[in-house]
Design a protein around this ligand. Structure first.
Ligand SMILES: Nc1ncnc2c1ncn2[C@@H]1O[C@H](COP(=O)(O)OP(=O)(O)O)[C@@H](O)[C@H]1O
Ligand SMILES: [Mg+2]
Length: 237
């Protein structure tokens, strides 16, 4: 296996005095889709926030493309090429779809411009006819597509997707699944936080399972799916 593009080593993360991650680790390899699985409250979003610098990490190491990114402010981490799609979909409700996309534009870490807006619309065809619609008037699924579009506008090297299927109608869940597969087939490297193992089957290559703020499984998605003990102990399946 090639060298990891992103490594998280034994990080501790706190909300005030309340500890949420306890020595949690993961490795991400170029071109793969890694499922970050765990029950509600396990620490998946906290892991995503720690990697993207939205929350401080007290101990451990976070290394991206051989450089430590631990302690950098979120905007600098974004500039290194990590695109973060948060759980709560932070779009601008009073801006149009088009403007939500335009203001998210930035070049990649090496000046890449792989995602001109036309290509983002091609990737997310659902958004094209909604160009002039206000962000706040979109359905949950459309907002999720817009959040992914905003991340792509930033030309990321790695995409962190926090529960993109959560709360969406089955047809939109399917569309999101297809989108992730397409992004992967284009060579993107993705971390997909999910509670739903089923959604990750056929999309993810490997899985890390997190429970009570610690990683408890690390292996192929097939190995996880075959491991009834881990599934019963740590996942809601
Ligand atoms: N803003 C917050 N303030 C205090 N505790 C939080 C906050 N966000 C999450 N937590 C706690 O951190 C732990 C991990 O939460 P989270 O990372 O959101 O889990 P997941 O994304 O796996 O559902 C939980 O115990 C949760 O209650
Ligand atoms: Mg979460």
């Amino acid at each position: 296996m090639s060298e990891a593009i992103l490594t998280v080593e034994k990080i501790n993360v706190y909300y005030g005095t309340s500890q949420a991650l306890f020595g949690a680790s993961l490795n991400l390899y170029p071109g793969e889709t890694l499922a970050l699985l765990g029950r509600n409250g396990a620490g998946k979003s906290t892991m995503m926030k720690a990697i993207s610098g939205v929350i401080a990490t007290r101990h451990g190491k976070v290394t991206f493309m051989k450089n430590s990114i631990l302690g950098l402010p979120a905007y600098k981490i974004a500039r290194t090429g990590i695109g973060y799609v948060p759980e709560d979909r932070q779009i601008f409700p009073t801006l149009s779809v088009q403007d939500n996309l335009v203001i998210a534009y930035k070049k990649g870490p090496n000046g890449e411009n792989a995602w001109p807006i036309e290509r983002v619309y091609e990737m997310l065809p659902l958004l094209e006819p909604l160009k002039d619609r206000m962000g706040g008037q979109l359905s949950g699924g459309e907002q999720q597509m817009l959040t992914v579009g905003r991340a792509l506008m930033g030309n990321p090297t790695v995409l962190l997707l926090d529960e993109p299927s959560e709360g969406l109608a089955p047809i939109m869940v399917e569309k999101i699944g297809t989108l992730i597969e397409t992004l992967k087939s284009l060579g993107n490297t993705i971390v997909l936080a999910e509670q739903n193992l089923h959604f990750c089957l056929g999309i993810a290559d490997r899985a890390v399972v997190i429970d009570k703020g610690t990683d408890v499984f690390n292996g192929s998605i097939e190995a996880l799916n075959a491991n009834d003990e881990i599934k019963q102990r740590y996942l809601s399946v």
